[in-house]
Design a protein around this ligand. Sequence first.
Ligand SMILES: NC(=O)c1ccc[n+]([C@@H]2O[C@H](COP(=O)([O-])OP(=O)(O)OC[C@H]3O[C@@H](n4cnc5c(N)ncnc54)[C@H](OP(=O)(O)O)[C@@H]3O)[C@@H](O)[C@H]2O)c1
Length: 303
Amino acid sequence: MHNIAIVGAGKVGTVLGRVLVENGEKIVCVVSRTMKSAKVAGKFLRCKNVSDSLTAIPSSTDLIYITTPHEAIEDVVRGLAWFGDIDFRRLSVCHASGMLTARALAPVAERGATVFSFHPLQTFPRDFRPKDIVPTARGIYYAVDGTPKAVKTARQFARKLEGKVIVVKPEMRAFYHAACVVGSNHLTTVMSILESMFKRFGSSEKDFFKVFQPILISTLRNVKLSSPQAALTGPVARGGVETVAGHFASIKKLAPELLPYFGTLTLETAKLAERKGSLTKERALALRNLVHSFTKSDSKETR
Ligand SMILES: NC(=O)c1ccc[n+]([C@@H]2O[C@H](COP(=O)([O-])OP(=O)(O)OC[C@H]3O[C@@H](n4cnc5c(N)ncnc54)[C@H](OP(=O)(O)O)[C@@H]3O)[C@@H](O)[C@H]2O)c1
């Protein structure tokens, strides 16, 4: 597999295409909805064959990576299935969607192509320049489903990207994708909440990340070296109900819109602390009642 075509000249296609090029692979065609994007990506991927039409994909192509938004994948695949002068039995086709499985590629599979989903488990933010994201796209995991032969091809493709494959069953795809949302999008939202709280309590230092970086990095490092359970510290883990009550009272006064978030995460943290064995049943119950008193004033747990 050496001749690779990219369909969808956005962040994912451009960044992963560049990793392939830097690793000695050849991008034989870049197709996008507009010529403008195709040309910009083509320059970055050292590929002169750029187009806004799938017909530009040469018959010598070994693998087509569809990196369009997932809504466009069905149309692209239908277009590819019409190809007359390509030997589908030696062609592989995959897509980058986190939600869709290999089934989305059925029209080309029916013509004999090897098909698999190939979702990069990484974030490719729109406002960043591709060249700045390229280093973060090395050594990542790709979520894959397909036949055993297709998974083998996916592993070969991942190796060209210095990546690894995790096989996700099609019926677990949406759950897997929800986990990715927790790992990236929710984490970003938590950072945004932290930033807003930082602005609220005021400080001579203006950059919230600079101030919190040591505790953020250490927390991730501790989780990496042990587990979330072992890494957990703080008032909930210690059963410090009075301290947590003080937190809730200040949030109610200064940022009441954060009470649902703070309540939900306090309950989850209490569950983790119970599993860790640092929070007694009695203190856990007291914490749950405290949370309910600030979030759902009419309900009180007794067990
Ligand atoms: N961004 C992430 O963090 C991330 C992470 C993992 C997976 N993914 C998945 O990767 C895929 C691409 O995401 P992205 O962030 O790279 O999106 P993106 O930056 O919006 O790029 C998508 C590109 O697809 C092109 N396109 C749209 N419809 C097309 C069509 N019918 N034929 C050919 N090209 C078409 C667009 O072209 P024009 O520019 O010419 O209009 C655009 O450049 C999505 O399935 C996404 O779910 C994204």
